[in-house]
Design a protein around this ligand. Structure first.
Ligand SMILES: [Fe+2]
Length: 494
């Protein structure tokens, strides 16, 4: 057993078993309303994994429930090179540490994915480039974040929260040179983190890599699990899948489904959980290497509360025996903290970092349609660019124009003025990805959308900019006051 794996065992042994839980958003649905409803239905979760929110809202949740709380992070782009020296990344890591302490969370889960690549912003997650150097970047960043947790977050028993890395979903394509399970093995060989295995994400890996063409779902699953470091899995997620809004009317959808015989589902937490995911979970749970599993959760943010209760009721009756007793994890002082801080300070050579940075820059340009999918990341046997057209022609424009803020609803007067000048909003999508625009504050897609639309209007119709500026000011004001209330109205999607 190498020293990193020993360190992982030490850390995970201090994480208490959580049992069957729900991964939730504070705002959508309103968490306190949800808990009241679940109490009435007598289907209470043993733990709640709470998505990042304003610290005041998290503190309110901590005060108002005795349920064990864990944390689902956001905005900490561990896939991106150079994070260790990035002031914003360090600030985000400290913010996460603060929120972990507020919740007294035993872990921090974050997707192995990003929404911002070398100046290009996206509304939903992009998976990493599945390459060995990208795995090394992820591991380096995780070690740095864990060091921040060790330094700045103290749980009541004296330990610090464990960093968990979640395998992200695929949205129609995958790029890389190593298989996804091999990538996560490489990360775990270089960092003492735990993992979250999301069963719906795993279904999308089957669907949007090339394997579905040659093997059944069951065969894929057993091969995937044989390669995946299951001994590092601390939590399993199950969430809904559905056809994305941008695809509902798309002629490309029926073509793709006809050719391939499988639905064009993507990760969708609001949607019902298809039975196939529980069949997959049944098989996963038979693997003896899952000895560090501490929690099994349905991810239910944005889902109607009646559906959450129905699904959780069935979940409890099907998986109630997985955690027969909720043994508490022991806590002890962290003697080797200094050594870990030192290891986290190791940095990559600039040449190595530059090469990964260039690979990611090219990745962002390919997925946004500005460059052709060339190079080994797109041509190896594990890559699959088949669905790239779906992503570029429907999913991505929808994200810019409709998701996380409908442009026509955000800027009604400006859009009317643009229409009279025959300026099409499709031009905004082209403008968005025309050049990199770095982000200098905590990542917020809604605010980025406001900023970029103002710039766009300034370029295509400068005489309308005053109207756009007025609407932008109103939007920012309303957004700020909504986010300052203890339980603001907001949305989060995968
Ligand atoms: Fe998940």
């Amino acid at each position: 057993m190498n020293s990193l794996h020993r360190e992982y065992i030490e850390r995970v042994d201090r994480v208490p078993v959580q049992g069957l839980g729900l991964s939730v958003d504070v705002y959508s649905p309103n968490l306190l309303t949800l808990l009241t409803y679940l109490r009435r239905r007598q289907v209470l979760p043993a733990y709640l994994e709470v998505f990042r929110a304003a610290s005041t809202a998290l503190a309110a949740v901590r005060r108002q429930t005795d349920t064990s709380l864990t944390y689902h992070g956001e905005g900490l782009w561990v896939t991106q090179p150079g994070a260790q020296r990035d002031r914003l990344f360090q600030q985000e890591a400290r913010e996460v540490a603060l929120q972990l302490e507020i919740l007294q969370s035993a872990w921090s889960n974050h997707e192995c994915a990003t929404k911002h690549i070398e100046g290009y912003s996206f509304g939903t997650y992009l998976p990493p480039l599945y390459t060995p150097s990208s795995a090394a970047v992820v591991a380096t960043n995780i070690r740095a974040v864990q060091a921040v947790f060790d330094r700045e977050c103290r749980l009541s028993g004296g330990s610090s929260p464990l960093f968990l890395l979640e395998m992200p979903p695929l949205t129609y394509f995958v790029a890389g040179t190593v298989s996804i399970p091999e990538f996560f093995r490489q990360v775990t060989e270089q960092a003492a983190c735990g993992l979250v295995l999301d069963v719906g994400h795993l279904w999308t890996v089957y669907r949007y890599s090339t394997v579905w063409q040659t093997v059944s779902l069951t065969t894929f699953l057993s091969r995937f699990l044989a390669e995946f470091p299951l001994e590092r899995v601390v939590e399993i997620h199950v969430a809904g899948l559905s056809v994305h809004e941008s695809m509902i009317m798309s002629p490309l959808r029926s073509l793709a489904e006809q050719d391939q015989g499988l639905p064009l589902w993507t990760d969708a937490h609001a949607a019902p959980i298809p039975p196939v995911l529980f069949e997959m979970l049944d098989l996963i749970l038979t693997d003896v290497r899952l000895r560090h599993l501490k929690g099994l959760a349905l991810e239910v943010d944005t889902k109607p509360i009646e559906l959450i209760a129905d699904e959780f009721e069935s979940f409890i009756s099907r998986y109630g025996a997985v955690f027969p007793s909720k043994a508490q994890g022991a806590v002890c002082a962290d003697a080797s903290r200094k050594e870990r801080d030192d290891r986290a300070a190791e940095i990559w050579s600039e040449a190595e970092e530059d090469s990964v940075r260039h690979a990611y820059e090219n990745y962002a340009r390919v997925v946004s349609g500005q460059a052709a999918p060339a190079g080994t990341e797109w041509t190896s046997s594990v890559a699959c660019a088949d669905g790239l057209t779906l992503y570029q022609s429907s999913y991505l424009p929808y994200e810019i124009l409709h998701w996380g803020g409908e442009i026509k609803a955000m800027f009604p007067d400006t859009c009317r003025e643009l229409a009279t000048r025959a300026v099409l909003l499709d031009a905004f999508v082209v403008f968005w990805f025309r050049e990199p625009r770095p982000v200098h504050s905590s990542y917020d897609f809604f605010e980025i959308k406001i900023d970029q639309f103002l710039e766009f209007v300034g370029e295509v119709a400068p005489e309308v900019q005053a109207v756009a500026q007025r609407e932008a000011n109103e939007l920012r004001e309303a957004y700020r006051s909504a986010n300052e209330s203890p339980l603001p109205v907001a949305s989060h999607q995968p």
